[in-house]
Design a protein around this ligand. Structure first.
Ligand SMILES: *[C@@H]1O[C@H](CO)[C@@H](O)[C@H](O)[C@H]1NC(C)=O
Ligand SMILES: *[C@@H]1O[C@H](CO)[C@@H](O)[C@H](O)[C@H]1NC(C)=O
Ligand SMILES: *[C@@H]1O[C@H](CO)[C@@H](O)[C@H](O)[C@H]1NC(C)=O
Length: 160
């Protein structure tokens, strides 16, 4: 009985509110229904020789054209294990494809737990408008069989 009580006690401690993440949208695993992607243009450039640090990497860029369904002042996009390149001081660049001017960016950061790149804006995205989000990044081309990875084999003594 004593051990059961201990287990219940531990569970109670874990459920205390102080250990819960805040209800911010970037802490939610489900994306909000404010924005919907139209298409993605993605360029990936794998480097088949290690860089100066002995690391195999790929560089890339991505343009996502998305439509705003409900007005919002932030953008969430999945991003994991990528080093995003700073563009004019932020991790992404936003432009408008419609008649209105795109809001300026207030803050960008990586929310590691939910694997999001978060873009907070100084004003709202307008419902019905199309926007483009551009990013540039470097990632490791590891041989870990995960994501975009590197695989090598020998053929007649030659590494391929
Ligand atoms: C995406 O690529 C297509 C084909 O090259 C090009 O016509 C289009 O303008 C590109 N869109 C963006 C947002 O980069
Ligand atoms: C994306 O990267 C490719 C390869 O480096 C480059 O040719 C292309 O111009 C880049 N796109 C943009 C919009 O900068
Ligand atoms: C990404 O940045 C971290 C921290 O600066 C660095 O240790 C790592 O090597 C970088 N990864 C790539 C693939 O450049």
């Amino acid at each position: 009985m004593a051990s059961v009580a201990t287990i219940v006690g531990l569970w109670t401690v874990q459920l205390l509110p102080s250990t819960e993440p805040t209800a911010e949208p970037w802490n939610e695993y489900r994306l909000p229904d404010t924005l919907v992607p139209d298409y993605y243009n993605i360029t990936l450039w794998p480097r088949l020789q290690p860089n100066d640090h002995g690391l195999f990497v790929f560089t890339g860029n991505s343009s996502v054209v998305f439509k705003c369904l409900k007005e919002t002042n932030f953008i969430l996009i999945h991003s994991n294990k990528l080093n995003l390149t700073s563009i004019d001081g932020y991790l992404a660049k936003l432009s408008s494809l419609g008649s209105s001017v795109a809001p300026s960016i207030q803050k960008t950061w990586m929310q590691e737990t939910t694997q999001y790149l978060v873009i907070e804006l100084n004003s709202i995205l307008k419902a019905g408008e199309l926007y483009e989000l551009y990013t540039e990044f470097v990632g490791e081309l590891a041989d870990d069989l995960a994501g975009f990875y590197r695989s090598e084999y020998d053929e007649n003594g030659e590494k391929k």
